[in-house]
Design a protein around this ligand. Structure first.
Ligand code: SF4
Length: 399
């Protein structure tokens, strides 16, 4: 009788073994939450956070996890904003992308004016994200060889992030007749008199830099490698209308920051290897078990997390509970040097601990002394300003 294959055979290749481990961590029957460029830009903004790197690498739904932990963040886009954004994008890309290509040519050039209806808009559909990424790479190759205007609507790009592939879907990529490739980002916030909210433009630039980086990986596999433009096209509604307008955004700085930060990300497999046996982030598990699992992975909370990560309320509560100075912000954390807890800082200020030659300790003591003097002066009959002096100006109560 021929030998039966083992039913419990485990995958042996490192990539398959890692995928298997990450699936176990997420919950075997839960689909992975794909990493998008917004998440990657946030990940790159906090590269030291092992917790986020692991949860994103394992495809854990952090919104659901935060709810299961009892700290929902309310993070994300409203349904109304989402629908408005989709409607605007459809308008920009209507008629084979005629308006979008006109804006691209008007803003970035790269060849003769596009003739409406003549640009190529290849079909990028394929099975699964890997299939779509392969189809996109082929379409980019063909478009570069053809030498005309080509619009790739929602192409699929792939980027290796800390050992796991992240599939990214920009709004569009345009191939110019001169062979250059441009990332297009379509946003629903308004551009008034040619400029838009700087914080929103900055977010769009960081996101676009991630797409440009992934495009460069595709270009690098071609010979000669087509140039990926480092100015992306940002398309927004003009003033308060629904008409599209565009502007070129230079993402060179964001590209080099993202490149550097992604290279520094700790590899997901190293983090997973340090977890206690049986750890799971399956969002259906009880809150106490999930809390223990989440706490087993070190995090580096900073106030910036509130705008970038679904677990921010949970991590902030823990950081405050532990008295971590990171909860006060990166700038203060940097100035405090080796003092990592609020207890250490207070003890140093009171002169109970800390090296007096340490500049941070010396500054804290001086600040504490000034505060003592100020408090002693206010209201004391003989010295300094009284509380009344502080509150009034030439005898008149402050308004
Ligand atoms: S909120 Fe927590 S998990 Fe998310 S990036 Fe900040 S520290 Fe890391």
């Amino acid at each position: 009788m021929p030998a039966q294959p083992r039913q419990d055979a485990r995958p042996t290749s490192p990539g398959t073994a890692l995928r298997h481990r990450l699936t176990e961590l997420r919950g075997a029957d839960l689909p992975p939450r794909p990493l998008d460029a917004r998440a990657l830009a946030a990940l790159a903004a906090n590269p030291g956070c092992r917790r986020r790197a692991l949860l994103d690498g394992a495809g854990v739904d952090k919104t659901a996890l935060a709810e299961s932990l009892g700290s929902p963040s309310g993070f994300g886009q409203s349904q109304f904003a989402f629908m408005r954004g989709n409607a605007f994008e459809a308008r920009v890309k209507a008629d084979g992308g005629a308006e979008l290509l006109r804006l691209t040519h008007g803003t970035l050039g790269g060849g003769p004016e596009p003739v409406p209806g003549e640009a190529a808009v290849p079909d990028l559909s394929a099975a699964g994200p890997e299939g779509r990424a392969a189809r996109t790479a082929l379409a980019l190759r063909e478009a570069s060889a053809a030498g005309g205007w080509t619009l790739l609507d929602h192409p699929m790009l792939v980027l290796d992030v800390a050992g796991t592939p992240a599939f990214l879907e920009p709004d569009a990529v345009v191939v110019h007749p001169d062979g250059g490739w441009t990332v297009v980002e379509i946003k629903s916030f308004p551009m008034i008199d040619g400029s838009a909210d700087a914080a929103k433009v900055g977010g769009a630039a960081r996101q676009s830099a991630v797409y440009a980086l992934a495009l460069e990986r595709v270009a690098a596999r071609m010979d000669p490698a087509p140039p990926v433009r480092h100015h992306v096209l940002l398309v927004c509604p003009k003033d308060f209308s629904n008409l599209p307008t565009a502007s070129a955004v230079d993402v060179r700085k964001q590209l080099s920051v993202t490149r550097r930060q992604l290279a520094r990300l700790t590899r997901v497999e190293d983090i997973a290897a340090e977890l206690p046996e049986g750890t799971t982030f399956d969002v259906r598990r009880p809150a106490a078990e999930l809390t223990a699992a989440v706490e087993s992975v070190p995090a580096t909370y900073a106030p910036e997390c509130l705008a970038a990560c679904e677990l921010a309320f949970h991590c902030r509560a823990r950081a405050r509970q532990e008295g971590e100075v990171t909860s006060l912000g990166r700038a203060i954390r940097g100035e405090l040097g080796g003092l990592t807890s609020i207890g250490d800082v207070l003890a140093a200020a009171r002169g109970e601990a800390g090296d007096p030659d340490d500049p941070a300790v010396a500054t804290l003591r001086r600040a504490a002394g000034l505060r003592r003097e100020a408090l002693a002066g206010v209201g004391s009959p003989g010295g300094g300003a009284t509380l009344q002096d502080v509150l009034t100006e030439e005898g008149q109560p402050c308004r």
